[in-house]
Write a protein that binds this ligand. Structure first.
Ligand code: TYD
Ligand code: MG
Length: 457
């Protein structure tokens, strides 16, 4: 027999309260506590399950030395970007969460994998009809006969179908549409998401079938539903990019079976997503003209070096308060760089509007982009252009020092490979520099002032 129980749970952090409160005591968010009805299994039901053989035996402590390491056979997908991001293919029994804003291409990516992988796949969609999925499959081209489509939202039914079909991989689109019938809450609510994710996890671990779960993202960029979801799954991937641009980046936020340093880069085309193997050549502007306010950064995203263009526009403020706007870069960090330039070099940005843009709509987290950004800012303010074959890699500190960045050699090699003639880096990156071996002129600087004199004087 089941007893119905009410709880109050926070939609932001998943903390449970015994009564309703306006502010969650655990995460301090306002208005996130909602009433939920949960069904608690009585101990008798659990016992019956064991008798029926549905429950596995309780694990016993085992010496580590007695556990076989086994040869894990990863499932290799036809998509090199995804394989790399996952740490070399799909691990059996892994639960992978893929989050992203609506329309970014999550369903397209997963359908492409489902159609391309040489294995039996069950693609469960609670969002689209079979015909709509078929249309999309026709569009992305790759066709594979061993892919099954199921439009169902009831977790029990999905898992029953999966047990009969025995696929090599399952895709769930999306966790927010699933509902476990024994829970009296709407799909997408915190208790449904938690329960369904828990059931999928148990299924994946017991059957060793990997499951990909698509999850929606809230406005502030976190995966909708409790934080708990991210703890349950083995891998959290985030698909991001600007919808107005074609580029998409697949990042790993958590990975139990590989590093979180890898990223995948895709271009959204009219026939689905295409992996981009050399992003630099696409992220540099195609104009021949020399324009002021543009500087190129030799950055590293994940493990890959690439060159990317930063553009700044500094113009006299027309309205009272000068505007600051940045696309693909942290606005507060832009404020800090402007303050450093003002204090250390005496540039007056205070009366100017400043706009900053990173090419391709890509969000850059590599601090080495600082040096390119201040170069672009000075270039726009002074209206002098920077040669097209010059690039930058360095972090700027609060006192105007240019700090060393990681893997500088890799950056220099990539710049040289793409035909750049000159690269500015921190002098703290090198003890004694032998510039000849790179085939590019490496210029080392220690302070922001040095950059100004080295570049524009
Ligand atoms: P979709 O995978 O539905 O996004 P999500 O599941 O993350 O919400 O992607 C939808 C967008 O992708 C839509 O705006 C159209 C675009 N698209 C293409 O440009 N080319 C294609 O081949 C496909 C299938 C979609
Ligand atoms: Mg979708």
């Amino acid at each position: 027999m089941s007893t119905v129980k009410k709880i109050y749970a926070c939609t932001s952090c998943g903390a449970r309260q015994s009564k309703w409160v306006g502010k969650c005591p655990a995460c301090n968010e306002w208005n996130t506590i909602h009433e939920e009805i949960v069904v608690k299994e009585s101990p008798r039901e659990e016992r019956q399950k064991i008798v029926r053989g549905q429950k596995r035996e309780d694990p016993k402590p085992t010496p580590l030395a007695h556990i076989k390491s086994g040869d894990i056979q990863r499932l290799i997908t036809p998509d090199d970007e995804l394989n790399r991001v996952l740490g070399g293919g799909i691990v059996p029994g892994a639960l992978v969460l893929i989050g992203g804003q609506p329309g970014i291409g999550k369903s397209t990516l997963m359908l492409q994998i489902a159609l391309g992988v040489k294995a039996r796949v069950l693609y469960v969609s609670g969002e689209e009809s079979e015909e709509q999925i078929k249309m999309r499959a026709d569009r992305v081209g790759t066709q594979q006969s061993d892919c099954f489509i199921l439009t169902e939202t009831n977790t029990n039914k999905i898992l029953t179908h999966a047990q009969h079909l025995v696929p090599d991989m399952i895709v769930i689109d999306s966790i927010q549409t699933l509902a476990a019938p024994h829970i009296d809450a709407t799909p997408g609510s915190i208790s449904q998401v938690r329960e369904c994710a828990g059931e999928l996890q148990r299924f994946a671990k017991e059957t060793n079938i990997p499951i990909f779960i698509i999850g929606h993202i809230t406005k502030d960029g976190s995966i909708a539903g409790p934080k708990l979801l991210e703890h349950i799954v083995d891998t959290v991937l985030q698909f991001e990019g600007d919808q107005n641009y074609t580029y998409r980046i697949l990042r790993t936020l958590k990975n139990r079976f590989g590093s979180t340093d890898e990223i995948g880069i895709y271009a959204m085309t009219s026939t689905g997503l295409q992996g981009v193997s050399n992003p630099s050549e696409l992220l540099l502007s195609q104009t021949e003209e020399l324009l002021s306010g543009s500087a190129i950064c030799a950055m590293i995203e994940g493990m890959r070096p690439m060159l990317i263009e930063t553009q700044a526009l500094v113009s006299k403020a027309v309205y009272g308060t000068p505007q600051r706007s940045a696309t693909g870069f942290d606005l507060r960090r832009l404020g800090m760089l402007l303050a450093v330039l003002e204090k250390r070099c005496g540039f007056a940005f205070g009366q100017n509007d400043v706009f900053l843009n990173i090419a391709g709509g890509i969000r850059v987290e590599d601090p080495a982009i600082d040096l390119a950004i201040i170069s672009a800012l000075i270039s726009s303010l002074e209206d002098v252009s920077i040669p097209k074959d010059t690039c930058f890699a360095g972090e700027v500190g609060l006192s105007g020092e240019i700090r060393a960045v990681n893997r500088v050699e890799q950056r220099i090699h990539e710049a040289a490979r793409l035909g750049f003639k000159e690269i500015f880096v921190s002098k703290y990156n090198f003890k004694n520099l032998n510039s000849d071996k790179y085939g590019i002129r490496v210029r080392t600087i220690g302070k922001v002032e040095d950059l100004y004199y080295g570049l524009f004087k």
